[in-house]
Design a protein around this ligand. Structure first.
Ligand code: AMP
Ligand code: MG
Length: 550
């Protein structure tokens, strides 16, 4: 098999014979519109290089020694029309050791702004796209393997992923979906049987860790950075081809024949990006690396790296050690950052437009629209209706809450569930009585009274508002519990799950994923997945802070 010839990377390619196996995952046809319709790199294989005038490079996954399927997400398999009962072929294909007929694997060429600076060509450095499948509902889904080996875009790195970061990606993408926040999905987790060297603490002591591959699934993985790179090079032909492709397949109402409504497309991306970040703020998610190469033009949460979940409410918190200095991507800054990122996308699209006024209009209106959406979301979390005539007072109520939460060391997730259960007839008592009801969401319930006082007082103001609006306790609680999750993949829970898996026990991983399928519904026996972060996890790496070295 000519395709098994050793490439520029001198690494041995074990099990090359697997490629010639006749493997099927489904009777469905596999194809790739990205490859068949867009300009590609004439050179194939993983030799590291700058790629011009092309949107991707053909490169195959590098087979691994011992691919084992640890998780197959049944819902995603069903979505793709795959048999959810795993066969040996799954481990082969999802571990990058075999291809299904029709797969024409490639790595996408993109650039991006990282931490506010233009970084030039980045590209899929450890992701290899396998192709598209027509799902059970007729929709098309692209499949890609993260950690599948080197590509032309791997730069100095190895193209692999470690088990811990793969588990984090798997769990969180599925959790986000069930939380109702737009996201890429995850089909599978395969362990590779090959160690990966990582300097987890950036202290000059790299150590071997188990390697793994996650299969990600989305209608498209196109990022802002795919558009930015050709634009940065003044390559309008490539840029135009990409925009046409994107509109044709993902924004068909923005294209008619040769006429492209680029301004309308940008407005749609802005709307979807806003909806995504409002979802993050609702559930307490901190992405951690909102570089433009990690922002989807479909408004999907993607590239789960050093992300985290807000436990003690703190808008200044970021889980990403690489961002600890500037805290550019801290929780409270995420909405603002989406606008900055959209501005970069607008700059990339501008060369295709005679008149950039539509881009400017979208950007000019973005901040207000986002603030309105954020206020509406917060009112939803409080079980209150949106009333434009009360916008100012409602904003003050929301601001008062976030200030009080920050001072009192309150667990964001548990707080909103507890608040939903506080009856309106407790209004008018001592503010401290509310603290008793909220006790289970406080990290330091017996701490300084001064830090807790404001929260009790805020609850008084809130209950008065609920009473004036004439909202019944039961209805309010049901509405609140439908938007305030009880279970989120807390950082320390993932740490525990990964430790168990390292010890050979996949039970906790399966149990956590099962609970996260219904994050708004109390489930008997699942109390541990809703618990406050324990003291041991406060400052433990992997629980409070994460590095990009995944
Ligand atoms: P990220 O910060 O994970 O979004 O990655 C930024 C860029 O680095 C992307 O181009 C990735 O594909 C690339 N990258 C990250 N980790 C690796 C790795 N282990 N091997 C090759 N490329 C990587
Ligand atoms: Mg990325």
């Amino acid at each position: 098999d000519a395709r098994c010839d050793p490439c520029c990377d001198a690494r041995p390619r074990p099990r090359c014979d697997a490629r010639s196996m006749s493997v099927t995952l489904a009777s469905a046809e596999v194809f790739s519109r990205f490859v068949s319709e867009l300009p590609g790199d004439p050179e194939e294989g993983p030799r590291r290089r700058q790629v011009h005038g092309a949107l991707y490079s053909r490169v195959e996954p590098t087979p691994v020694r011992d691919p084992r399927l640890v998780v197959l997400v049944p819902e995603v398999a069903a979505l793709l029309g795959l048999d959810p009962a795993a066969t040996p072929a799954y481990a082969q294909v999802l571990g990058g050791c075999a291809l299904v007929k029709g797969m024409d694997p490639y790595a996408a060429c993109y650039g991006g702004h990282q931490f506010g600076n233009w970084a030039g060509q980045l590209g899929d450095g450890r992701v290899i796209n396998l192709g598209e499948l027509r799902g059970a509902d007729g929709a098309l889904w692209e499949l890609q393997l993260k950690g599948a080996g080197p590509t032309p875009y791997s730069r100095g790195a190895d193209g692999r992923a470690v088990l811990r970061s793969s588990v984090r990606e798997l769990v969180c993408s599925e959790a986000m979906h069930h939380l109702g926040v737009p996201t890429t999905r995850a089909l599978s987790l395969v362990t590779t049987g090959e160690p990966v060297m990582r300097d987890m603490f950036y202290d000059g002591n790299p150590a071997p860790e188990p390697g793994a591959i996650v299969c990600r699934v989305a209608p498209s993985f196109l990022r802002f950075g795919n558009f930015e790179l050709p634009a940065s090079r003044g390559d309008e032909d490539t840029l135009r081809a990409l925009v046409r492709f994107t509109l044709k397949h993902f924004y068909p109402h923005r294209i008619a024949g040769e006429v492209m409504d680029v301004g309308g497309f940008f407005a749609d991306v802005a709307e979807r990006t806003a909806a995504m970040v409002v979802g993050w703020m609702r559930v307490g998610f901190v992405h951690g690396v909102m570089n433009t190469d990690n922002l989807s033009v479909l408004g999907l949460t993607m590239d789960y790296g050093p992300y985290g979940w807000i436990e003690p409410y703190d808008p200044g918190w970021t889980p990403n050690t690489t961002d600890a200095q500037g805290r550019r991507y801290r929780f409270g800054n995420q909405p603002t950052i989406t606008r900055w990122n959209l501005l970069q996308l607008a700059r990339a699209l501008a060369p295709l437009m005679d008149d950039v006024a539509p881009l400017e209009r979208t950007l000019a209106g973005y901040g207000d629209a986002l603030n309105d959406a954020l206020r509406a979301m917060m009112l939803g979390k409080l079980g209150l209706p949106v009333d434009p005539s009360r916008a100012e007072a409602d904003q003050a109520l929301v601001d008062g809450l976030t200030a009080a939460l920050g001072r009192a060391e309150v667990d964001m997730t548990r707080f909103f569930r507890a608040l939903a259960a506080v009856p309106v007839d407790t209004l008018g008592g001592a503010p401290t009585q509310h603290l008793v009801r909220l006790r289970e969401s406080l990290y330091d319930p017996d701490g300084q009274a001064a830090r807790l006082e404001a929260l009790g007082e805020w609850v008084e103001v809130y209950l008065a508002r609920v009473r004036d609006a004439g909202i019944a306790d039961g209805a309010r609680r049901a509405a609140m519990d439908a938007v305030n999750p009880l279970y989120v993949p807390r950082n320390y829970l993932l740490h525990e799950v990964i430790e168990a898996l390292d010890g050979g026990d996949a039970g906790p991983l399966t149990a956590l994923m099962e609970t996260l399928r219904r994050p708004y519904t109390p489930q008997p026996g699942a109390e541990r997945w809703a618990a406050l972060r324990p003291v041991w996890a406060r400052s433990k790496p992997g629980c409070s802070m994460l590095s990009c070295s995944s």
